[in-house]
Ligand binder design. Structure first.
Ligand code: KIV
Ligand code: NA
Length: 257
């Protein structure tokens, strides 16, 4: 059964972890959905893992919508969340409304995600929520800020940890229904998870979150590089390379067809 947004808080209270993975196209979305993941994120990481860009910054709203449409064609059960890409919401609430509105009108996604918990972004989240648009927040390492922040773990310094905690609280108060915690110290993720009534979903944030998300190409061994906190569950690069080499050999040897 599809998980309703209203059920997520219940899942947190019951202590049943939420499972989220990323997708960028129809076949992978269909596989993830049939395997029973709760949430599918059309992450702007697709800029890197599906489009070959060096960061998430270049992907456009039109491209995110295009990929989200393909993902949604493969999904029957999971809740699909679409990342709002860099510069499609940072101008303020009106730009964010237009962008998120397009996502909900032009795709079957049920929610959008955006990065940051600074006061201007809290205003954006509040405005989207008031307009009926479900929002997932994202704090800690926020890859759209790579030029300012890099990818280093956040929350080691006490002041930084306190700021991230306050950002997560403010996001929840502004109406976010879930918050992604990316690459923060495990103690900080635990504290945020215990403080918020909405679920936290961690990536590189340790075992105390209410759910876990990873980038699917990392999980499947399709990435040429993955962050140290990712776990590689199968080596698709190797399987695919072997299949292609075998096909090539059989064609060259006139064994196939
Ligand atoms: O774009 C993405 O894949 C994400 C996850 C890492 C949370 O934002
Ligand atoms: Na993202």
């Amino acid at each position: 059964m599809a998980i309703a947004i209203s059920q997520l808080v219940k899942r947190k209270r019951q202590g049943h972890p939420l499972v989220m993975l990323t997708a960028w196209d129809y076949p992978f979305a269909q596989l993830l959905d049939r395997a029973g993941v709760d949430l599918i994120l059309v992450g702007d990481s697709l800029a890197m893992v599906a489009l070959g860009h060096p960061t998430t910054l270049p992907v456009t709203l039109d491209q995110m919508i295009y990929h989200t449409q393909a993902v949604c064609r493969g999904v029957k059960e999971a809740l699909v969340v679409c990342d709002l890409p860099f510069m499609s919401y940072q101008e303020g609430p009106i730009q964010a409304l237009r962008s998120a509105g397009r996502v909900l009108k032009e795709t079957q996604a049920g929610a959008v995600k955006l990065e940051g918990g600074y006061p201007e972004m809290i205003e954006v989240v509040h405005r989207l929520s008031l307009s009926g648009i479900p929002v997932v927040g994202h704090v800690g390492v926020t890859p759209q800020s790579v030029h300012r922040q890099g990818y280093r773990r956040q929350g080691k310094a006490q002041a930084e940890g306190e700021r991230i905690l306050q950002e997560a609280i403010a996001l929840a108060e502004a109406g976010a229904f879930t918050v992604i915690l990316e690459n923060i110290t495990h103690d900080l993720a635990k504290k945020i998870t215990e403080t918020l009534s909405i679920p936290t979903i961690g990536i590189g944030a340790g075992p105390h979150c209410d759910g876990q998300v990873l980038v699917t190409s990392d999980v499947l061994g399709l990435s040429s590089w993955q962050p140290p906190f990712a776990k590689v569950y199968t080596n698709l690069q190797e399987s695919i390379t072997n299949a292609v080499k075998t096909f090539s050999q059989e064609v060259r040897d006139r064994q196939f067809p």
